[in-house]
Design a protein. Structure first.
Length: 406
C-alpha cells in the first residue's frame, strides 16, 4: 500500500532540516576536520592520506551494519507504538556524543574508534528519516523529498566547512559545534515530524519474513549495484580534495582550506540546482532511470577533466560537473529506489540497505583512493578511476526496469 495523501510545506521543511543537520555533521569532518587531524609532515604526507582513508573506511563499515539493522528493528515496532521516532532520536544523540569524543581524540586509532560511533549514529538516524519517504509520501512527492536529501548534502558541506573556516575554529571547537547542531536540530525535527503508529498490517512477521528478500528482486538488486558503484566514483572524486590541494597542487595549508571552501561552494550550487530540477522533472515524467543514467555520465566527465588537466582552475570546473551529476543522481536515484521497494512491510530495512550503498561508497572510496595515491605517488589515477566507476554505475542502474506509476 502506497501513501496516498500529499504532505504540505511544513513536512517538507522539517524533513529538509533534518537532512541538512545530518549531512553537516557527517561531511564536515570528512572534508576538513579528519584530514586536518590525520595530516602528516610534508615528507611523509602519503601516510596521512592512508590513515584518513582507513578511518573513513572503518566508519563506513560500521554504518553498513547499523543502518539496515536499525531499519529492520523499526519495521518491527509493536502495533500502536511509533516506528521511526525512537530510532531517529537514538541516532541523533549517539552522533552528538561521539562527535565530542572524536574532537578530543588523538592519533589514527583513537580517532578511528570515535568515528565509528559517529558513523553508527548517522546510519541509525538516516535509516529512520529515509523510511518516512516510503511511509508517508505518495509517489508523486518522492522526487521532491529525495531532492531535499540531495541538495541538503551539498548545503550541509558548505554550512559546516564555512562555519569552521570563517569563524577560525580549531579542530576541537569544530567538533563541539557540530555536536550541538545535531543534538538541537535533530531532536527538534524528530519530535515535530509525524510518525504514524505501527499496525499489524504492515508489521513483518516471522512467517512471511525472508532474510534480505529484497536482494532477490532483480530490479532492486541492479539499482543497488548501480547506486553503490556510482557512490564509490563520487567518493573517489571528493573525499581527498583537501589532500589534493595540499600535496597534488602544493598549496599552503591556509590557502588550501580557503580554496576547499570555494570548491565546496561551487559543488553545492550545482548539486542544489540539479537536485531541485531533476526531482521535479522525475516526479512529472516518472522516468527516473533515464535521468539517473545521464547523471552518471556527467559525474564521469568531472573525473576526466581533472585527470587530464590537474590545475586549480580545472578543479573548479570538475567540482561543478561533479555537483551537477551527483546532485541529479542522488535525488533521482533515491526516488527510483523508493519506487522499486519490493515489500511495504520492510520499507525501513530496505531503504536502510539503499543508504548502505552510499555508506559503502564512502567506505570503499577513500580506502581505494588512498591505495591509488600510494601506488602512483599522485592523484591522477584517483580521478581516472572515479570516471570509470561513474560510467559503470550508470550501466548497472540502466539494467533496472522502471516500474509503472501507481
Amino acid at each position: 500500500m502506497t501513501a496516498a495523501t500529499r504532505v504540505g510545506a511544513r513536512w517538507m521543511s522539517l524533513f529538509t532540516l533534518a537532512w541538512l543537520a545530518i549531512w553537516t555533521v557527517q561531511l564536515t569532518p570528512v572534508q576538513l576536520l579528519l584530514p586536518l587531524q590525520l595530516d602528516t609532515p610534508e615528507d611523509d604526507w602519503i601516510r596521512g592520506v592512508v590513515s584518513s582513508g582507513l578511518v573513513l573506511g572503518i566508519g563506513g563499515l560500521a554504518g553498513i551494519v547499523a543502518g539496515p539493522l536499525a531499519g529492520a528493528l523499526s519495521d518491527r515496532a509493536r502495533p500502536g507504538r511509533p516506528r521511526r521516532r525512537p530510532w531517529a532520536l537514538a541516532g541523533v544523540w549517539t552522533t552528538a556524543a561521539f562527535l565530542v569524543l572524536t574532537g578530543f581524540s588523538e592519533g589514527p586509532w583513537a580517532v578511528g574508534g570515535a568515528w565509528v560511533g559517529v558513523s553508527i549514529g548517522v546510519a541509525v538516524s538516516s535509516a529512520a528519516f529515509t523510511a518516512m519517504i516510503a511511509d508517508q509520501l505518495p509517489t508523486t512527492q518522492r522526487g521532491a523529498a529525495s531532492a531535499a536529501v540531495g541538495s541538503s548534502q551539498a548545503v550541509g558541506i558548505v554550512l559546516g566547512v564555512g562555519l569552521v573556516v570563517l569563524l577560525g575554529l580549531d579542530i576541537v571547537s569544530g567538533y563541539l559545534l557540530l555536536a550541538a547542531v545535531i543534538a538541537a536540530v535533530g531532536t527538534a525535527v524528530a519530535l515535530l515530524l509525524p510518525d504514524p503508529s505501527a499496525s499489524e498490517a504492515v508489521r513483518p512477521t516471522t512467517r512471511d519474513r525472508r532474510s534480505l528478500a529484497s536482494l532477490r528482486d532483480r530490479d532492486f538488486a541492479w539499482m543497488l549495484a548501480g547506486r553503490l558503484v556510482t557512490n564509490i566514483g563520487n567518493a573517489l572524486g571528493t573525499a581527498l580534495f583537501l589532500f589534493f590541494l595540499l600535496h597534488g597542487l602544493g598549496q599552503p595549508s591556509s590557502t588550501a582550506q580557503d580554496n576547499l571552501l570555494l570548491l565546496i561552494v561551487v559543488y553545492t550550487l550545482f548539486v542544489v540546482a540539479a537536485s531541485v530540477l531533476t526531482g521535479i522533472l522525475s516526479d512529472r515524467t516518472g522516468d527516473r532511470r533515464r535521468l539517473a543514467v545521464i547523471a552518471t555520465v556527467v559525474q564521469a566527465a568531472s573525473g576526466v577533466a581533472i585527470a587530464l588537466v590537474p590545475t586549480f582552475e580545472m578543479t573548479m570546473v570538475a567540482a561543478a560537473l561533479m555537483g551537477l551529476g551527483y546532485g541529479a543522481f542522488s535525488t533521482v536515484g533515491l526516488a527510483f529506489a523508493a519506487d522499486l521497494l519490493p515489500d511495504e512491510k520492510d520499507h525501513a530495512r530496505d531503504l536502510g540497505i539503499v543508504n548502505v550503498t552510499a555508506a559503502l561508497g564512502q567506505l570503499i572510496g577513500p580506502v581505494l583512493g588512498a591505495g591509488l595515491v600510494a601506488l602512483v605517488g599522485g592523484f591522477w589515477l584517483v580521478f581516472a578511476a572515479a570516471a570509470v566507476l561513474s560510467l559503470a554505475g550508470g550501466v548497472l542502474t540502466g539494467l533496472a526496469r522502471q516500474p509503472q506509476r501507481s
